[in-house]
Design a protein around this ligand. Structure first.
Ligand SMILES: [Zn+2]
Length: 258
């Protein structure tokens, strides 16, 4: 039997790709940009208040990504749906890609999902998003354009009651070069407490975008995490976009010079 599509034709698609022809080497991704829910899923049984919290999306990062795209003249790709529907930075074969619990919140609509229900989310959201990234990177390669992957995220200042002191973190897995250069430049700003693989690191199990689109293609890459309270309003979003637009090209130049 044909599987019922998760998204109706009048619902937003999972992918927004802006400024693809931009001149920058940087290719920006925002896996957790949006907090939409497919109509068929309601809000997964959650009150609206939970869908505004960090468990549903990366607060502030879509605006930072769009501003950074303009400042660098870089392509940016953003994912529309809440990570509670499916986490687009996690291998869909990992059970927590559709979490039954996030931080301390139980997600009723994710409890005991069958294979068909999981597959419908993968096919409607995860697959088109990552296919769009792959296709865009393929087009750049075909045009002999260089690409450096910048995966943008934001993190909650307090997780399970524990405060996080970092304002910003750079994360990496097997290749720390671009991340480490950027971390040093961020520290040189003088006022920032910069995490390197803190509060968490990139791994094949907990991440997808950097391992698959960065590492497997051999592209320079960095995952950047900004603390959410710093980019909750437009002044903070502008400040962080401006800072990254200033520092990323220097970090990349350092990498080329190595
Ligand atoms: Zn994220």
């Amino acid at each position: 039997m044909a599987q019922l599509a998760l998204l109706d034709p009048d619902e937003p698609g999972p992918v927004t790709l802006d400024n693809e022809a931009g001149s920058s080497v940087f290719f920006l991704t925002c896996d957790h940009a949006g907090r939409a829910f497919p109509r068929r899923l309601g809000r997964l049984g959650l009150p609206e208040s939970e869908t505004l919290r960090h468990i549903a999306w990366d607060i502030g990062i879509a605006a930072v990504g769009r501003r950074l795209s303009r400042l660098l003249d870089a392509a940016v790709i953003l994912q529309t749906y809440s990570r509670l529907v499916i986490d687009c930075n996690r291998d869909p074969n990992v059970l927590s890609s559709i979490p039954e619990i996030s931080e301390t919140t139980e997600i009723p609509g994710n409890r005991g999902l069958g294979e068909d229900a999981r597959a419908a989310r993968v096919e409607a959201i995860f697959r088109p998003y990552h296919n769009a990234i792959a296709a865009a990177l393929d087009r750049r390669a075909a045009e002999a354009r260089e690409s450096a992957l910048v995966a943008l995220h934001s993190f909650t200042p307090v997780f399970k009651g524990v405060s996080r002191p970092w304002q910003v973190a750079v994360l990496f897995n097997r290749d720390r070069r671009l991340a480490h250069s950027l971390a040093e430049l961020l520290r040189a700003e003088g006022e920032l407490f910069v995490g390197e693989n803190e509060p968490y690191a990139v791994s094949d199990l907990t991440d997808y975008t950097v391992p698959v689109h960065g590492e497997q293609r051999g592209l320079p890459h960095v995952e950047i995490e900004i603390r959410q309270d710093l980019i909750a309003d437009s002044a903070g979003q502008e400040e962080w976009a401006e800072r990254l637009a200033r520092l990323l090209p220097t970090a990349y130049a350092q990498l080329l010079g190595q």
